[in-house]
Design a binder for this molecule. Structure first.
Ligand code: PAF
Length: 287
């Protein structure tokens, strides 16, 4: 495994790979790696000849500086995990490498960028698009891998690739959950012991909602989800939304053609957790 810090070094290596006519899979991350990230990495390794993982905590996607400052940084543990998995290249650039001048690219995603995370974290998706487009320019991967936990991000990135006509295939990978159902997230390690004990209620409620969807209107279901989570003294929902899984259009009266995605953001103060679930595929919860 080679650890790379400069764009020049990375591009020397990717040029060699391309000359050999081999494919490059790319997994962008902000570090604090967990099994969710590793599932992306393993999928990339199965599907591509070479895999590059980037670790870069991108300042432009944080709306508040304390969230950026407190984001977990665990570089040594991250590189050890990636070494164990057998990744080829780990790209750990400095802020100067990524943004030699301040990030000024501006993106417009219309409605898909304006709801849910877009509404509560203004500027967030512009920052994500800035860094992902910059990383794609640098790495020029054949395929890039993103997790479904950040469901709206995944849809935005597919839109970004379409808008910029980028020659990269976006692959999504399912959410990886802890044994009690909590969606794996780098932010989970910031939870207190009590918050961690209460947080699995989020996933349990989503899975139960999957059973209830056949008996309730969307509005009643959303209210039930919010009330169930908010009844826990450690948790507070920021939004509960049911959207079309492809267009992210909020659904009130879904038709047969709508694939439904239930998405939530929940505070275990001050930590913000997100989770989501496909409604029409759910039978009984295992959590
Ligand atoms: O999902 C993440 O970890 C980040 O948003 C990403 C895609 C690495 C961009 O910084």
């Amino acid at each position: 495994m080679i650890i790379i810090h400069s764009i020049k070094h990375l591009q020397e290596l990717t040029e060699i790979v391309r000359k050999k006519d081999k494919t490059i899979g790319f997994v962008p991350t902000m570090g604090a790696l967990h099994q969710g990230h590793l599932s992306l990495v393993k999928t990339s390794m199965q599907q591509c000849d070479y895999t590059i993982v980037s670790i870069f905590v991108n300042p432009t996607q944080f709306e508040n500086s304390s969230d950026f400052k407190n984001y977990p940084r665990t570089q040594e543990a991250d590189t050890a995990l990636l070494y164990e998995v057998g990744v080829d290249f780990v790209f750990i650039p400095s802020e100067k490498e990524i943004y030699p001048t301040p990030g000024i690219r501006t993106f417009r995603f219309g409605k898909i960028g304006a709801i849910m995370e877009g509404a509560y974290r203004p500027g967030h998706f512009n920052g994500v698009a800035q860094v992902v487009s910059r990383l794609f320019d640098i790495v020029q991967p054949d395929m890039a891998f993103f997790g479904e936990k950040d469901y709206q991000q995944l849809v935005i990135i597919k839109q970004l690739v379409k808008q910029m006509d980028l020659p990269v295939e976006i692959e999504s990978c399912p959410i990886v959950r802890e044994s009690d159902g909590l969606a794996m997230s780098s932010r989970n390690r910031l939870l207190t012991t009590e918050q961690r004990a209460h947080a699995p209620l989020i996933a349990r409620t989503l899975f139960e909602a999957g059973d209830k969807i056949k008996k309730m209107s969307i509005n009643t279901l959303k209210e039930w989800v919010a009330q169930t989570i908010d009844a826990d003294p450690y948790l507070k929902t920021e939004y509960v939304e049911v959207v079309n899984a492809v267009t992210l259009h909020p659904l009130k009266r879904p038709t047969e053609a709508d694939i439904m995605q239930l998405c939530v953001a929940v505070y275990a103060d001050p930590i913000r957790l997100i989770d989501n679930i496909r409604l029409d595929k759910i039978c009984k919860s295992k959590y």
